[in-house]
Design a protein around this ligand. Structure first.
Ligand code: C5P
Length: 222
């Protein structure tokens, strides 16, 4: 067991990955984006033309596919059968269907096993929806990151512009709310704040302020 695991959970576009990457860099820990795993499975279903509701077919495809991760210059890179899918998994067709795919119990079981294996070998900052509650229940530090839906949509809009994705702001608000609704109401490990997680509302905070806060909390637990 390594010395520290930091779990960062929260709803869509609350700033988890931006913050998690910076915290990991500062501490020299690895960063694991668990959402990217569910996104990769969703892309696999799209590529194989599998119905998002068909858990058995998705599992068969998953067993015959190789999904791997590699820390990149700025982002974690994701590969599906050797192909770099890091950009493809951020496209709206993946984003708007990932919650249906991630709700399947066997899909979750397979991804959680991968996540725990990575965490067992490294000091880690892991972000997702169920890290503090299910994946790493003994994490030394658990953060539950939230922000108003308007602020989250604005941030996503700006991020999309940089990537050349054009979705109107009002649509983004609806998509974020729909995804949160699915993620909080699914049966298996829904999005929920762990009892021992610290809630941080990032609506009015800068990235640097949130990073500094988490580094302080981590130092207290070291
Ligand atoms: O974090 P990101 O927005 O990329 O996550 C995409 C989707 O993956 C979430 O909306 C959720 O359905 C699923 N997810 C999950 N459990 C995690 C991380 C992500 O169910 N630990």
């Amino acid at each position: 067991r390594f010395e520290m695991q930091i779990a960062i959970d929260g709803p869509a576009s609350a700033g988890k990955s931006t913050i998690a990457k910076l915290v990991a860099k500062q501490l020299g820990f690895i960063y694991c984006d668990t959402g990217a795993m569910y996104r990769a499975v969703t892309l696999l279903a799209i590529q194989r033309d599998i119905d998002f509701g068909d858990e058995a077919k998705i599992m068969t495809a998953l067993q015959n596919a190789e999904i791997t991760f590699k820390p990149g210059e700025t982002d974690q890179l994701v590969f599906l059968n050797g192909e770099d899918i890091s950009l493809a998994i951020r496209q709206p067709d993946v984003t708007n269907n990932v919650s249906q795919v991630s709700a399947h119990p066997r899909v979750r079981e397979a991804m959680v096993a991968k996540q725990r294996a990575i965490a067992s070998q490294n000091n880690i900052v892991m972000d997702g929806r169920d890290i503090g509650t299910t994946v790493l229940p003994n994490a030394e530090l658990k953060i539950f990151m939230v922000a108003s839906v308007e602020e989250r949509a604005r941030r996503r809009f700006a991020e999309n512009q940089r990537k050349g994705i054009e979705t109107p702001l009002a649509t983004l608000v609806q998509e974020i709310e729909a995804r949160d609704q699915k993620d909080t109401t699914r049966e298996v490990s829904p999005l929920r704040q762990a009892d021992d997680a610290i809630r941080i509302d990032t609506t009015a905070l800068s990235i640097d302020q949130v990073v500094a806060k988490i580094l302080d909390l981590a130092a207290d637990r070291a």
